[in-house]
Write a protein that binds this ligand. Structure first.
Ligand code: SAM
Length: 270
């Protein structure tokens, strides 16, 4: 979060405190990792997770560890890494969402990130997960069912397809994605899905500012305006991360998104 958005308390620290450093050293099991998640969500994001939400994260963590042993769902395989790099990182979107209702789409959700952790916390949110790989989409569906999350749809599809489908095109309040494509490409996946007045919240790494700079033409063509880059610090993770916030200012022309594969092959660069 930006300094102005950070809640007071331990999140004001310049770096991880000794407890956090120990906690990120890979020494902890699932139960301890979930305890850390509870503390970090409260101290860093101002989110008080209920007992039910804590149970949901614990179940999701176990399920991810169990299924990852059979299928390659994520490269992060230790409980604390999952708590920080998947769950907490996903939850950094929550303070930017405002009142937790409306419709959100998560494109390229993989094993459910960031959409499912956000939905665990924001019970009023209607969530659509879009994932091109069948086994990952199936995993997301099994987690949503296992946790009895209402208002969650999982589509085994490509963003370029659903961006042309009238049931989805320009219907979402928020479109998000993490680790899917460079921003000029990602905007062609996300902006067609967002209603005018809605927002894209793209989770990016250290290249966020450079990618935003390269996105001017994509923004102009697709009907978006860069609003803000929010800095995200995760405990025990040296690299800064960013949430790129884009506002949808005009309807996306019919020509976009282009056919599957074309946005990545021929990005809308200047
Ligand atoms: N967002 C998850 C995360 O941060 O853990 C998964 C990231 S993974 C590196 C990227 C995912 O995006 C893959 O599962 C891939 O199948 C999916 N993907 C890539 N391009 C896509 C597209 N055009 N439409 C839908 N899914 C896509």
């Amino acid at each position: 979060m930006t300094a102005a958005q950070r809640p007071p308390g331990p999140s004001e620290d310049s770096g991880p405190n000794p407890t956090e450093a120990a906690a990120t050293a890979g020494l902890e099991g699932p139960a301890e990792a979930i305890e850390r998640l509870r503390d970090w969500a409260k101290n860093r994001l101002g989110l008080s997770l209920s007992a039910r939400q804590i149970d949901a994260f614990a179940w999701y963590l176990d399920e991810l560890l169990r299924r990852n042993a059979q299928q390659n769902l994520t490269a992060v395989v230790d409980p604390l890494g999952i708590a920080v790099k998947h769950f907490l990182d996903s939850l950094t979107l929550v303070p930017l969402l405002g009142p937790a209702s409306g419709r959100m789409v998560d494109v390229g959700a993989g094993a459910g990130f960031p959409g499912l952790p956000v939905r665990i916390v924001c019970s009023g949110l209607r969530l659509t997960l879009v994932e091109a790989t069948g086994k990952k989409a199936e995993f997301c569906r099994s987690v949503a069912e296992g946790l009895a999350l209402k208002g969650v749809d999982v589509l085994h599809a490509r963003a370029e397809e659903i961006g042309r489908d009238p049931h989805h095109r320009q219907t979402y309040d928020v479109a998000t994605a993490r680790a899917v494509a460079a921003l000029p490409v990602l905007l062609e996946y996300l902006l067609p899905l967002v209603r005018v007045g809605g927002r894209v919240l793209a989770q990016k790494g250290e290249n966020a500012a450079a990618e935003a700079h390269q996105s001017q033409r994509a923004l102009e063509l697709l009907g978006g305006r860069l609003r803000q880059l929010h800095v995200v610090e995760l405990p025990g993770v040296a690299e800064l991360r960013y949430i790129v916030e884009v506002e949808k200012t005009a309807a996306t022309p019919e020509a976009y998104p282009r056919r599957p594969g074309i946005p990545a092959k021929r990005p809308l660069l200047h």
